[in-house]
Design a protein around this ligand. Structure first.
Ligand code: AP5
Length: 232
């Protein structure tokens, strides 16, 4: 359950902006619950369920999964977590309808989204990042062939499994995903702006540690994250 006290942040940005990589590090550093809609949908697919089969055709083509399916899955996932230390939603909501449904669910417990963290980078950087991404099918660790390679070629540092490329990480599909981001997801930024939700824009065209530090500084300064540094 989401309880008061913890920050409630939506992470937004086009494919390859680094939402997953930055979320994972912020969650580790600040004890937040990180829920990635992409990871949750991929886990459903991997389970071999009937719903998982249905998701495959949308995801492999870079299309959005229908709002009603994603919203139900994500609201259920949120309600199952103890996110009293804070909640970081990565990749959800991705349409205005999803944002409205999430808002209704959080309004019921009087705990609205407090900030949107918006990552961005030039399109050629996004494409390089996506086409060079490799993931561990077992533990989910994310690598990049140039910027974050594993120690041993194609083998996960954490669990020794052979790395794979996501089916939707081809250049052709990434163009479709970026296009959909402009059409369907950018209006969500305007939606939160009109609600008066804080908008924190971070330039994500920098080394990952720098991007994480920029995001953490901004969120700490407005009191949504607590600095770990304590006076001696
Ligand atoms: P999802 O998995 O959410 O994909 P996405 O939004 O396209 O985002 P990505 O995971 O591709 O990128 P990211 O920004 O997280 O980048 P990452 O940190 O991995 O969704 C997949 C599909 O699921 C969708 O297409 C759709 O079908 C469906 N779906 C999901 N949510 C949905 C929703 N709400 N509604 C409907 N459908 C939904 O980084 C990418 C690479 O770059 C990595 O290799 C990383 O190592 C590297 N990298 C990252 N940052 C840096 C940096 N600063 N410097 C150098 N390298 C970096």
């Amino acid at each position: 359950m989401v309880r008061s006290g913890g920050a409630r942040i939506v992470m937004m940005g086009p494919p390859g902006a680094g939402k997953g990589s930055v979320s994972e590090r912020l969650a580790d550093n600040f004890g937040l619950v990180h829920l990635s809609s992409g990871d949750i949908l991929r886990a459903e697919r991997a389970s071999g369920s009937e719903l998982g089969e249905k998701l495959k055709k949308y995801m492999d083509a870079g299309e959005l999964v229908p709002d009603e399916i994603v919203t139900e899955i994500m609201i259920k996932a949120i309600s199952q977590q103890d996110s009293s230390n804070g909640l970081l939603l990565d990749g959800f909501p991705r349409t205005v309808q999803q944002a409205q449904r999430l808002g209704e669910a959080l309004d019921k417990i009087a705990l609205p989204i407090q900030a949107v963290l918006l990552l961005d980078a030039p399109e050629e950087v996004l494409i390089r990042r996506i086409t060079g991404r490799r993931i561990c099918p077992k533990c989910g660790r994310v690598y990049h062939v140039d910027t974050m390679p594993p120690v041993n070629d194609s083998i996960c540092d954490l669990c020794g499994t052979k790395l794979i490329q996501r089916d939707d990480d081809t250049e052709q599909v990434v163009h479709e995903r970026i296009c959909l981001y402009h059409q369907e997801t950018e209006p969500v930024i305007e939606y939160y702006h009109k609600l008066g939700t804080r908008m924190i824009k971070v330039d994500a065209d920098a080394p990952i540690d720098e991007v994480v530090s920029r995001a953490a500084d901004r969120l700490t300064r407005i009191g949504l994250l607590e600095s770990k540094e304590r006076p001696a």
